[in-house]
Each structure stands twice: as structure tokens, then as C-alpha cells.
Design a protein around this ligand. Structure first.
Ligand SMILES: O=P(O)(O)O[C@@H]1C[C@H](O)[C@@H](CO)O1
Ligand SMILES: Nc1nc2[nH]cnc2c(=O)[nH]1
Length: 307
């Protein structure tokens, strides 16, 4: 996306927003079913993506296509911008569009970004409903091909060509998060730490893919977030990622051997069929809805702790 496009977006925002909302201190990206994370903002100005050049349109249920600017917390409040609806590569958006809002946030002066997503659990110790503070990632599309949003000419002499990612997930923000969870009296098991595997989607994993990702060290798997993390890090932001576990991917007790079933049938033994395990986006959205309040308090608490 060209500098002219970004300048056009910034001009449009300057015309739509009051002065006190124009330089947000932090940004929130709301994952599937998590748009209510922004519902505690005050003085809200909502800007539809259609009013901003460079922005695409979210086509996935559970993702609006709106930027919400507002104030969070007591007193004067912290100015924040929330993305209600993100872009995924599987929708057909180029990665430059997927990360375009992050480029705009950087120009607005955002220093801290909280990125949320819905994800499937690979680690059997992460039940549905667990919030996972991401501390590392496996970017499968980056490792297998050309799906890296940082491909292309260096954006400016101030950007880094070979971006290190060993510290991609801010220890400072993760520390604030665990302190916030304590202040919110979250049960210890409600908030875990883990590694996110990014896959392109839109297909969910086969059981073998789930086992592969687990064996490679991932705890949860999803179809978003990592491109945003890469762009945010390239822009020098501090990044916190929260995954909400909405379904289990690796479920050993559902593996089915048709061979064993037929042998049992032929031998007259009872055939035990495991329960079917088929994930759906509706299930993902339902868990998002159930957990939105907890996520919202946690995110609001972290933002109130920023100095
Ligand atoms: O945008 P996120 O990563 O929260 O959405 C997840 C991944 C897919 O877009 C969708 C699958 O149900 O939910
Ligand atoms: N790839 C992937 N993304 C998800 N988002 C929510 N659940 C899942 C899942 O099981 N797999």
C-alpha cells in the first residue's frame, strides 16, 4: 500500500475524529466473535472501513468492518482505537491489506497493540474457554512459501530489513496481563501461556495436521494474527496477543479405525464408535460470546496499567 494511500486514510480520519481521539495510545484487534471488547470505550466515534481508502471489508461472520475510537478507563481516560473486524488472507485479501490497519495505527502514534483471536487447542491441557497469552509462534505459511507481509522493498530507511522475532511478544505487556488477571481475580487456570501456529485456512485442520502442529510445539492454532504481529513489530510497536480457545483440535479419543470396526463386526464383537468431532465457525463464535466479558475486563485492565 503506497504512502499516498496511507496519507489519504490519515486525512479522512483527521476530518472525522475530534482532536482528543486522533492519537490513540493503544490499539485492540478484535478476533472472531470478540467485537464487544470495545464496548467499554467512552466518547466513541465509529468509522466504517468503507470510509477509509486502503481498508478492505471483513467478510467473515463475527467481524464487523468498523474502527472504533474512544476513551478507556477512569478520569480523562486513555485514547484507544479498536478494529472491529480483521482481514484474513483466506478471504482473498492480499497481505498488504491484512496489515494495512496496523500501518495506519503506527502513523497515528500507537505504541502498544493487543491482538486477539479465536483459536483451536492443540495442547490437551487447554480446555475450551481458556485464554492463552501467546509467547511465540510458528508461521507455517512463512516457512512454506511466500506468505509474509514483510516481503517487498524496505518500507523506509527506518524499517529493519531482517526483523528479529525472538522478542516479538512483549514481556512487559505479558507481565501486565498476568498482574491484570490477578487484579480481576481470574482463576489461575483461566489464563495460560502458549505458542500460536498460524495456518492459512480457511479449512480447519485434519487430525494428522493437528498432531503435526502439536508435535512441532504449538499449543493453539488459528488463521490470523501473525501477519499483524509481524507488521506491528516492524513498525516498532509492543505486542500482546490473546488467543481464546474455542474448540479442541487434537482429540485422541475421537480417532476412528474403520479396520478395527469391520473386524469387530465380522467377529460379532460390539462396535464402539467414537463421538464425531467436527468444528464449526458457529461454535467458535458461541465461545467468543460466552467469554467476551472476561476478555473485555482483562484487556481494559491491561490498558489502564499502561504508563
Ligand atoms: O479472526 P480470528 O483468528 O479470531 O478467527 C478465527 C480463525 C478463522 O477466521 C475463524 C475460524 O472459525 O475464526
Ligand atoms: N486453524 C484453526 N483456526 C481456528 N480458529 C478457531 N478454531 C480454529 C481451529 O480449530 N483451527
Amino acid at each position: 500500500m503506497s504512502e499516498d494511500t496511507i496519507a489519504g486514510t490519515l486525512d479522512a480520519l483527521a476530518g472525522l475524529l475530534p482532536e482528543h481521539l486522533l492519537n490513540p495510545k493503544a490499539a485492540i484487534v478484535c478476533g472472531s466473535g470478540l467485537s464487544t471488547l470495545a464496548s467499554s470505550l467512552r466518547d466513541v466515534v465509529e468509522v466504517p472501513y468503507s470510509a477509509l481508502q486502503g481498508f478492505g471489508k471483513s467478510t467473515v461472520p463475527g467481524h464487523k468492518s468498523v474502527l472504533a475510537f474512544g476513551l478507556l478507563g477512569p478520569g480523562a481516560g486513555v485514547p484507544v482505537v479498536a478494529m472491529l473486524g480483521r482481514f484474513h488472507a483466506y478471504e482473498g485479501h492480499p497481505l498488504s491489506t491484512v496489515v494495512y490497519p496496523i500501518r495506519v495505527f503506527a502513523k497515528l502514534g500507537v505504541q502498544n497493540i493487543i491482538i486477539t483471536n479465536a483459536a483451536g487447542a492443540l495442547n490437551p491441557n487447554l480446555p475450551v474457554g481458556t485464554i492463552v497469552a501467546i509467547h511465540d509462534h510458528l508461521a507455517i505459511p512463512n516457512m512454506a512459501g511466500a506468505l509474509n507481509p514483510l516481503f517487498g522493498p524496505l518500507r523506509s530507511p527506518d524499517h529493519v530489513r531482517f526483523l528479529p522475532l525472538s522478542d516479538a511478544y512483549s514481556p512487559r505487556l505479558r507481565r501486565l496481563l498476568f498482574r491484570a488477571a490477578h487484579a480481576e481475580q481470574l482463576p489461575e487456570a483461566a489464563l495460560a501461556e502458549g505458542t500460536y501456529a498460524w495456518v492459512s485456512g480457511p479449512t480447519y485442520e485434519t487430525p494428522a495436521e493437528g498432531r503435526f502442529l502439536r508435535a512441532a510445539g504449538a499449543d493453539v492454532v488459528g488463521m490470523s494474527t501473525v501477519p499483524e504481529v509481524l507488521a506491528a513489530r516492524e513498525e516498532g510497536m509492543d505486542v500482546l496477543v490473546l488467543s481464546l480457545v474455542t474448540n479442541a483440535v487434537v482429540i485422541p479419543e475421537t480417532y476412528r479405525s474403520i479396520k478395527a470396526e469391520v473386524e469387530a463386526e465380522l467377529a460379532g464383537r460390539p462396535v464402539v464408535q467414537p463421538p464425531p468431532a467436527v468444528v464449526s465457525h458457529e461454535e467458535v463464535l458461541a465461545v467468543g460470546k460466552q467469554k467476551a466479558e472476561v476478555m473485555k475486563s482483562l484487556v481494559a485492565r491491561v490498558l489502564s496499567m499502561l504508563d
